[in-house]
Design a protein around this ligand. Structure first.
Ligand SMILES: Nc1nc2c(ncn2[C@@H]2O[C@H](COP(=O)(O)OP(=O)(O)OP(=O)(O)O)[C@@H](O)[C@H]2O)c(=O)[nH]1
Ligand SMILES: [Mg+2]
Length: 311
């Protein structure tokens, strides 16, 4: 970079850094990421293990750029897919300027939350604990014993109660985080909001609609791959062909539904959101395929975790 000319009116130096969001499954990490970036970056559902990949969301203000990295919820990894997810999460934490451990305040701190608090504390990195879902607490005083015990466990972690869903306390959190970022130039153009590819985002939108439509057990067995995208300029139409992978014939039957109704609902909802996102009419061709044990198949797993993540 060429040396900057010194002038008396130079603006204060910019700040920039990486903040990792981590926590147990379903505590609201991705909801918080979306609230902090003020747009949908990652998919959200009421089922645990919704997020599978490291998702980055970039928040840029005049003086600060924070790259938030949302990780899959921590859990006991049974499958190759899950082991890879956890490996990527751990390796991602090292590069952070601040760790943001998210907990569900309405559930209190369980053994996993406490284990993660120890992990975060042991990192020696700047850190804070978000006590999310305070909208679910009838009385805010109920937070006090939880806050006391967390403060006792790690006096170095700031405790921040908020509601990511209602965006209550999110702006204040962002301001606090900005103040804690190191001085430095922006790492991305100010209008860039993520590093994930558009194709990956489109596949995630489909997976989200599957998660919303299906019963609790099925989602883990589901993966989505975009096979082909083609713009028909004459018709002003984007043609998107995608495949939903499941592990068993019975699961395929559930996703397709009676007279194809479930697949139709999933397809319509995903298409509508794609159209709003892309700003163009979309034709969405969905196929459901059975790929037995894909979660243990290294070829499928490496395809699902984008190459930038596979360092
Ligand atoms: N009431 C309430 N619900 C919330 C809040 N934040 C998130 N949720 C809900 O909690 C559920 C899980 O949210 P996610 O953002 O997907 O949680 P996550 O931690 O990213 O989950 P994984 O990706 O599975 O680890 C969804 O149903 C959200 O709507 C909140 O502040 N209040
Ligand atoms: Mg998530």
């Amino acid at each position: 970079m060429p040396p900057k000319k010194k002038s008396k009116e130079q603006p204060p130096p910019t700040r920039s850094g990486f903040v990792s969001l981590l926590g147990a499954p379903n505590v609201g990490k991705t909801t918080l990421l979306n609230a902090l970036v003020d747009r949908k970056v990652g998919i959200v559902s009421s089922k645990p293990q919704t997020t599978r990949n490291r998702i980055t969301g970039i928040r840029t203000t005049e003086a600060c750029q924070i790259v938030f990295v949302d990780h899959p919820g921590f859990h006991k990894p049974q499958y190759l897919l899950n082991r890879e997810m956890m490996r990527l999460t751990r390796s991602g934490l090292r590069d952070s300027d601040l760790l943001l451990l998210v907990m569900d305040a309405s559930e209190g701190a369980g053994p996993l939350d406490r284990e993660l608090l120890e992990l975060v504390k042991g990192s020696g990195l700047p850190r804070a604990v978000v006590l999310n879902k305070i909208d679910k607490l009838p009385q805010k005083e109920r937070l006090l014993p939880l806050m006391e015990s967390l403060h006792h466990a790690d006096p170095g972690a700031e405790l921040i109660p908020l509601s990511a869903l209602r965006k209550d306390g999110v702006a204040a959190l962002a301001t606090q985080l900005e103040a804690r970022m190191p001085e430095g130039p922006f790492l991305f153009p100010p209008d860039q909001w993520t590093t994930q590819s558009e194709t990956f985002y489109l596949s995630e939108l489909i997976r989200e609609k599957v998660l919303h439509a299906c019963r609790a057990e099925l989602p883990y067995a589901v993966a989505v791959e975009i096979e082909h995208v083609e713009e028909d300029e004459a018709k002003g139409l984007m043609k998107i062909y995608a495949r939903i992978l499941v592990e068993r014939e019975g699961q395929k039957a559930i996703i397709i539904g009676k007279r194809g109704e479930m697949a139709k609902t999933i397809g319509t909802k995903a298409r509508e959101e794609m159209e709003a996102f892309l700003g163009i009419k979309v034709f969405l061709g969905l196929q459901v395929s059975v790929a037995p044990r894909w979660r243990e198949d290294s070829r499928v797993v490496s395809r699902l975790l984008p190459p930038e993540e596979a360092e």
